[in-house]
Design a binder for this molecule. Sequence first.
Ligand code: NAP
Length: 318
Amino acid sequence: MFKQITIIGFGLIGSSLARAIKRHKLADRIVCADQSREVCEKVKSLGLADEIFTDLAKSVKDSDLVVLCVPVGAMQSVAEKIAPALSAGAIVTDVGSVKTSVMKTLQLKIPAKVHIVGGHPIAGTEHSGPEAGFAELFIGRWCILTPMQHTELRVVEKLTKLWEACGSNIEIMDPEHHDLVLGITSHLPHLIAYTIVGTATDMEEDLKGEVIKFSASGFRDFTRIASSDPVMWRDVFLNNKEAVLEILQRFTEDLTAMQKAIRKGDGDYLYQTFKETRDIRKAIIEAGQATYAYPTKSQEAVVPEVVPPAASDPARQR
Ligand code: NAP
C-alpha cells in the first residue's frame, strides 16, 4: 500500500499503528522517529521498525506517508523540523486528539507540495510508551479523518484504506465538529475524572485511606481514566479550549439542576434523568462500542479513550 511510512512519536498509538502496519503488510518499510533515545532503544529491541532516528528531518526522507503520533502540543515543532525534508506528493497525517488547532498548524507549516489529512483513531488506553502498544488496538474502533477542503479524494481514500486494514471504521468530519463531539465524549469525562480523583487527593489522610479501600464502588473507574498521560491531556485542554469550555458550561448547568433536585427531594427528576442515561448506555452497547475484547499481554482489559467500562462489564473481569 505504501513504500515507506515514517511514524513520529513511537508511544502507545505510534507503536500500535506500526504493529498493525507490519502485521497486515501495509508498507515495505517502517521508519521510527522519536525524540527519546530510550524509546528508540526500546523500539529497536522490540523489532518494530526497519530504521530508527532521533533526527526527525532525516526520518521523513523518501517516505510517502508520515504519521505524527506526538502529543498535540508538540505538533508544531515537529512540523517545522520535517517540513524542508518532505518529498513532493507525500501525505502527512496525524493521530492527535484535537483537530482544529493541529490542522491550522499543519496547514501553516507543511509545504504545499505535500498532502495533509488530519486523523484521530478513537482508540486507546491509559498506558503510554512503545511497550504499551498492540496491533489490535484499532479493531472495531472509529477513526475520524479531517481532510482539508482541497485534499484530493484519492489521498483520503488511500488513508481510509490504511485505517480500514488496521480494523477501523472511518468517518469524515470537519475539525471544528470533531472537537465539539470529542469534547463531550472524551475530553469532559477525563476532566471530571481528573477533578474527582484530585478532590480525593486533597482529603485528610484517614478519609483518603478509606476512599482507596472502598474504591470498587465507582471511584476505581475514575482513577483509571485519571491515570492517563498528563502531557497528552494537558495539551488536549489547552488546544480544545473553546469546545471544552462550552460543554463545561452546559455540564455545570445540569449539575446545578441535579443539586437542586436533591435539595428539593425531587425524586421524579432524578429517576427520569438516570433512566435516560441508562438508555444511552444501551445504545453504546448496541453500537458495539462498549466491549473491551482485546486483552493486552498483561491480560488487562483494553479500554478506549472514550467510555469508562461498567464494573459489571465481562471484559473487565480478569
Ligand atoms: P505516548 O505514548 O506518550 O507517546 C508519545 C511519544 O511521542 C513519546 O515517545 C514522546 O517522547 C514522543 N514525543 C513527544 N514530543 C516529541 C517531539 N517533539 N518529537 C519527537 N517525539 C516526541 O502518547 P500516545 O498516547 O501514543 O499519544 C500520541 C498522540 O495520540 C497524541 O496526540 C494523543 O492526543 C493521540 N491519541 C492518544 C490516545 C490515547 O488514548 N492515548 C488515543 C487517540 C489519540 P517522550 O517520552 O520523550 O515525551
